[in-house]
Design a binder for this molecule. Sequence first.
Ligand SMILES: NC(=O)c1ccc[n+]([C@@H]2O[C@H](COP(=O)([O-])OP(=O)(O)OC[C@H]3O[C@@H](n4cnc5c(N)ncnc54)[C@H](OP(=O)(O)O)[C@@H]3O)[C@@H](O)[C@H]2O)c1
Length: 300
Amino acid sequence: MRAIRFSRFGGPEVLEIVELPDPHPGPGRVRITVRAAGVNPSDWKKRAGLMDQQLPQAMGYEAAGVVDEVGEGVTGVSVGDRVFGFADEEGTQAELAVLSHYAPIPSSLDFAGAAALPAAIETATRALDQLGVTDGVTLLVNGASGSVGSAAVQLALARGARVIGTAGLANQEYVRSLGAEPVTYGEGLLDRVRALAPGGVDLALDVAGSGVLPELIEIAGGAAHVVTIADFAGAQEHGVRFSRGDSGRALHVIGQIGDLIDSGRFVLPVARTFPLTEIAEAHRLGEQGVVRGKLVLLVG
Ligand SMILES: NC(=O)c1ccc[n+]([C@@H]2O[C@H](COP(=O)([O-])OP(=O)(O)OC[C@H]3O[C@@H](n4cnc5c(N)ncnc54)[C@H](OP(=O)(O)O)[C@@H]3O)[C@@H](O)[C@H]2O)c1
């Protein structure tokens, strides 16, 4: 099968399409013919050598496609079913992928729309759980217009929270359309949040990693009320919890999101799709940080 991989760290030009042996599913896993795979900021961080140090690295960890082989002990899923989910071994930006956690694709979604979901909804759910977001709380999401931010806004609203979200000027109406109260980020952020919530907010989630943890701590009344998914150094400096995907993932959400999607209460736009051969272009665009919604590779 063809797969995206890199054998040295560097810019988008180090990405290659290589022939790899077809993977086969172990117990509890399914293999899919990949129709679409999500592209994430961690892809360019990995490619640049900022994360895992092993080489070579296959790319991608979320995908949607059609089951073509099932592992031992798998029940409830058959060859030919449309599923989406996570791989925890080989990369999903490939013609075939073994998924370790999967669910049926919600009926209103195509493959690209489904491939866009797993990382965003898992990360958002995990962070909201760690913060303890429940009915009636006021939550500030810093970076509400990105993939994880958009998911966090909508999943928090579904829990009954009030959500204030920061975004760039061009994304204020988008954040409002998600159901949050938008404010622009940058100088004067806390004054704008206080204009909406004079007593401050109960909880704050930093998705953007834009160096505002001290402000979030102040407006949420303490570091214990703040979680970041993108500011590792700031979390250590300010005593804020850094939420990471290597332990306690909220994987159950991929089996639960269908109801919210099919009832129109959750949308995650696909900003742009690319064929497998244009993976470098997807990285270049994604790294600019100007895309609203998810970048998705179409395969096959
Ligand atoms: N720890 C984990 O488990 C985990 C999991 C997934 C992702 N992440 C990390 O989370 C981050 C976001 O991922 P993503 O997929 O949501 O990225 P994304 O879709 O590219 O979104 C990034 C968003 O950041 C916003 N932004 C840029 N500068 C900002 C600022 N100064 N203040 C507030 N917002 C700002 C942008 O908003 P505008 O366009 O409106 O300016 C953009 O919508 C990445 O760093 C990623 O690596 C961590």
